[in-house]
Structure formats: C-alpha cells, structure tokens
Ligand binder design. Structure first.
Ligand SMILES: NC(=O)c1ccc[n+]([C@@H]2O[C@H](COP(=O)([O-])OP(=O)(O)OC[C@H]3O[C@@H](n4cnc5c(N)ncnc54)[C@H](O)[C@@H]3O)[C@@H](O)[C@H]2O)c1
Length: 259
C-alpha cells in the first residue's frame, strides 16, 4: 500500500529538479498527478514517465489566469484536488543596489505571488473535502543569504504565508507546511551561471555547498521528494504550520571548532 494511495496531487515546477523527483515519488506512492510547469515539453516528459495516472499542464505560476486554469484543469481531469504542492521557483544572484525593479518583481511574482495564486485557486477545491498544501520555501526563508536579497525576501514571505494558511484553514481539515531545502543538485542556478565566465562559474559552483553544511554535499532531489511525500501523507497528520528543513544540518547552527 502506498502512502498517497488514491490521492489527487498537483505539483508546480514539476518538469525539473525537486518537483520532478516529487512527482515521480508521489506517483510511486499511489497518487495521480497533475504535472505543471511553464516548460511544457519537460512537464509532458515527466507525465509520460509516470504513465496513465498523470497529465501535463503548461502554467506560468505568476499569472492568475494561468493558475486558475491549472486548478480547473486538474479538477476537470480527476474530479477533485487533495494535495497542492506549490514548488516552482527561480533564483538569480544579485545585489540590492544593482537590481532593477523588473528583476525584483520577477522573483517575487514567481516565488511568492505564485504560491499565493496556487493557494488562492487551490484552497476552494481543498476546502470541499480537506487536503494538504506544501509550499517550497528554502533555508533562505529562515536566514539571510549573501547575494540573494530578492530570493530571501520571497522565501521568508512563503513561510509567513504558509503559517497563516495553516491557522486559517485547519478548520477545513487542511494542513499547510513548507519544505525548506538546503543545497540541492538541480538546474535552478543554470540560467544565472550561463551568463558568467568559465572561471567565475567554477568559483560559484565550488561555493554551492557552503562550509556551514555538516552533511558536506548537495542533496539529490530525491532527498527532497521523500520528505515531501511524508509532509503530504497521513504520516504527518498532526504537522501543520511548519517549516521543515531538509538541509543536511545547515540550520542546525554554526560549525566552529573550539578544540
Ligand atoms: N536547488 C536548491 O538548492 C534549492 C534550495 C532551496 C530551495 N529550492 C526551491 O526548490 C524549488 C524547486 O527548484 P529546483 O531546485 O528543483 O529548480 P529547477 O530549476 O530544477 O526546477 C524549477 C522548476 O520550476 C519551473 N518554473 C520556474 N518558474 C516558473 C513559472 N513562473 N511557472 C511555472 N513553472 C516555473 C522551471 O521550469 C523548473 O522546471 C524552487 O522553489 C526553489 O526556490 C531549491
């Protein structure tokens, strides 16, 4: 028996990385999947890998009309929605004094407004029978990070939004949590890295696992998918309003040697 048998799940950013690994893991645990991403070909590929219990949706999570259509398509296809996993996100290093208004808006609109829109249109469906929301935040939602001011702001916002939803919708039998990954080996930095010189790219890649991570490596996306399954399953039936770190110990404290 799977942990998500018979559940209808919608995952955004599911063409790649954490979302893709989660879609495959959710399916393996018995869920049916709406695989949503603005990379339509990538979403279709993941849906094909899952088989008959999945279909792909093209969506830009920062656009209200797209997100409304995404939720309607899921309910139209499967009849209801049980699990909403708002996971799509972008990350482009920058600094406040050089960032354009458009760059700020893009990060906030995808990472934070996208989560709001998913909840805005997903909640009325979840309220019909109860369900689960999982929003991908980050350790950058819990502390500041050098060179990621807009990203940090967006992820702090996701955690605050999720905690508020947990309070407001517990009465509808809806749980809402955040997954806070640390460093995960995905393509999220690829567009930003592509703009750099080869030497600078090497330097940045070497810094992807900061010296503050006790488990001294980046995670495989599957190591995010497994906690995502847990948080969306009845195993987590008493867990809500929580920012769950899957970060190799990053948020455990500072590593410094006293002896
Ligand atoms: N990789 C990490 O180290 C890390 C760490 C902490 C948090 N996260 C978060 O995990 C989530 C998933 O990222 P990932 O690492 O798997 O990266 P990824 O780039 O592999 O996957 C992100 C997916 O989101 C999609 N996407 C981006 N903007 C979109 C939009 N506007 N509409 C629809 N789809 C969109 C992309 O096409 C891509 O398929 C993000 O929210 C990210 O901020 C990642």
């Amino acid at each position: 028996m799977g942990k998500l048998d018979g559940k209808i799940a919608l995952i955004t950013g599911a063409a790649s990385g954490i979302g893709r690994a989660s879609a495959l893991a959710f399916a393996q645990e018995g869920a049916s999947l709406a695989v949503a991403d603005w990379d339509e070909a990538g979403a279709q590929q993941v849906a094909r890998e899952i088989g008959a219990r999945a279909f792909a949706i093209k969506v830009d999570v920062s656009k209200a009309a797209d997100v409304e259509r995404m939720v309607a398509a899921t309910v139209g296809h499967f009849g209801r929605l049980d699990i909403l996993f708002n996971n799509a996100g972008v990350c482009v290093p920058n600094a406040v004094h050089t960032m354009s208004e458009e760059e700020w808006d893009r990060t906030i609109n995808i990472n934070l407004k996208g989560v709001f829109l998913g909840c805005r249109y997903g909640l009325p469906e979840l309220m019909k029978q109860g369900g689960v929301i999982l929003n991908t935040a980050s350790v950058a939602g819990l502390e500041g990070h050098c060179g990621l001011p807009d990203y940090c702001a967006s992820k702090h916002g996701v955690i605050g939004l999720t905690k508020s939803i947990a309070l407001d919708y517990a009465q509808y039998n809806i749980r809402a949590n955040c997954l806070c990954p640390g460093s995960v080996a995905t393509n999220i930095m690829a567009p930003a890295l592509a703009r750099l010189s080869p030497q600078e790219r090497e330097r940045r890649l070497a810094a992807v696992v900061p010296p503050v991570v006790p488990i001294n490596r980046a995670a495989d996306p599957l190591e995010m998918a497994r906690p995502a399954v847990f948080l969306c399953s009845d195993d987590a039936s008493f867990v809500t309003g929580h920012a769950f770190c899957a970060d190799g110990g990053w948020m455990g404290g500072h590593i410094y040697k006293v002896m």
